[in-house]
Unconditional design. Sequence first.
Length: 333
Amino acid sequence: MSSVSVIIPCYNYARYLRGCVASVLDQPGVEVRVLVIDDCSKDKTAHVGATLAREDSRITFRRHETNKGHIATYNEGIEWADGDYFLLISADDLATAGALTRAAAVMDKHPNVVMTHGKFFRLKGDSAPERYQLTGSYDLKVTKGLDFFEQMCRAGENIVNTPTAIVRTSVQKRVGGYNTALPHAGDMEMWLRFAARGDVAFIDAMQAHYRFHDSNMHIAFYDQRLRDLEQKRLTFRSVFDSLGELLPDVSHLRKLADEGLAREAFWHAGTLFDRGQVEECEQTLKFALALDPNLSRSDDFRKLHWKRRLGGRVWPLVMPLVRQLRRKQTAIL
């Protein structure tokens, strides 16, 4: 029977912790061990974690006396892991029924697969998860690691949802821990490191429940989208510099990554302009053009240029009419 090591970092998520732990332990056909790390929470996490460890010998609980931050906590869990496979899941998220079972079965059968991921449910606030029981078989897509790496470059963003990512522990040990210089793009950088060393499998099934709420770390940061984009740019630079010997035609991949990030930045710049955030639009557009000057030759750029010429005060007045005309044209076509 395959074994899975699960680390659950927790900071002020006592109200979610028991449910998260239960979701990863209730997995048939695999041997699961869990490490809960309380990063000096101010709520009742210590009490809940210690109670869970007393109730089930498969659970280990640790508490930091001072807050070490999420990267140090993640890396502590990686050092602890000793199972065949490894999952890092936040205490406010949940694994679906059979998620670990499916991932282990895939990697048991495909030794070249170093990471699996899948689909996820969105949980809003403190809402209860949907009941999910996969019946029958599921589709599986195995992508060569370098092809997956190229997909990430073209997208210019993380295309893997973290609580669905279950990896081969031996490869995790080999690639090492999370990069302390990239606290807000660490997942994306980690998946690129994995893809440079093996194949990636997508399981066409719901593998996790991903919770969105006001205290999510990613919400606080990603509201500042330009900083997010800058972190992604640094992520690609870091990976190319450190893994160049594993990647064929690095210059081509760099170009793809720059173009992918530029497109993402460009569309966000347009959204900012529509919201009346003109200064933020100009900053984001400058970032996009620095990565890919060819954007300025596109039809979409010319449309945005026209809107900018109208100005941030006039465009909101014109925008409803333009959208109405577009809808009519679409209906005619």
